[in-house]
Write a protein that binds this ligand. Structure first.
Ligand code: BG6
Ligand code: MG
Length: 219
């Protein structure tokens, strides 16, 4: 049987944690007197924690010491983790489990490819850890999306060539990373925002078994 490597982003693809990142960043931005909108938040999706804070500071024209920077990063993550703490399986996005089970049934290797350093905790919380053959997250990479490092590492972990991998992503930076890695990019979300993806679906309920089979058999 043909094989592709299936790589899933986490935040906003498997679980709706994008809303928690938004709440935590907004609270932090407001604490230091910086406005923070949903439009700006879109630009932080898929972006590492360090880079996100740098962007917020740049938007607010703030300069701070290294020590303060580290402190703010800690505050944001503590706040974020307080939301994560309450998470359960009901926060898995619609039909994600169906697609994962369909891939497992078809013997397709599956990896996580996330910028988050909290990825493992979250997968445990929602009891999806066992569905993945490999996990590559923010603790493993030194270059953040749109750099393709995270996806290339995932492909390697699965022992599948990059051009035989499929990436599910909700962020502009992640779609760009998948495209740079020469992988099939599937945007999950708004087609206008994710226009650079090879395919876009609003969510996994729109993805059929037939489409998965087509991906597996694609040259
Ligand atoms: C990405 C999110 O998956 O992970 C970003 O889209 C987030 O919003 C990044 O900043 C880093 O996550 P964490 O959990 O390490 O702060
Ligand atoms: Mg994401």
């Amino acid at each position: 049987m043909n094989k592709k490597g299936f790589i899933f982003d986490l935040d906003g693809v498997i679980v709706d944690t994008a809303k928690y990142h938004f709440l935590a960043w907004r609270k932090l931005a407001n604490t230091i007197g910086v406005d923070f909108t949903e439009v700006q938040n879109e630009q932080l999706k898929g972006v590492s924690r360090v880079r996100s804070l740098q962007k917020i500071l740049a938007w607010g024209k703030k300069s701070i010491s290294e020590e303060q920077f580290a402190q703010l990063m800690g505050m944001k993550n503590e706040d974020y983790l307080s939301y994560i703490d309450g998470m359960g399986q009901d926060e898995i996005l619609p039909d994600v489990s169906r697609i994962l089970d369909c891939l497992i049934e078809k013997n397709q290797p599956i990896s996580l490819g996330s910028a988050s350093k909290n990825a493992r905790i979250i997968l445990e919380k929602v009891a999806l850890r066992d569905k993945f053959d490999a996990i590559v997250d923010g603790n493993d990479v030194s270059n953040a999306k749109p750099d393709p490092e995270v996806f290339l590492m995932a492909a390697k972990s699965l022992n599948i060539a990059a051009d035989k991998c499929v990436v599910f992503e909700d962020s502009v930076a992640g779609v760009e990373a998948a495209n740079v890695a020469d992988m099939i990019s599937i945007g999950i979300g708004d087609a206008e925002i994710l226009h650079e993806a090879d395919y876009v679906f609003n969510d996994f309920t729109e993805i059929s078994t037939q489409f998965i089979e087509e991906l597996i058999n694609k040259k």
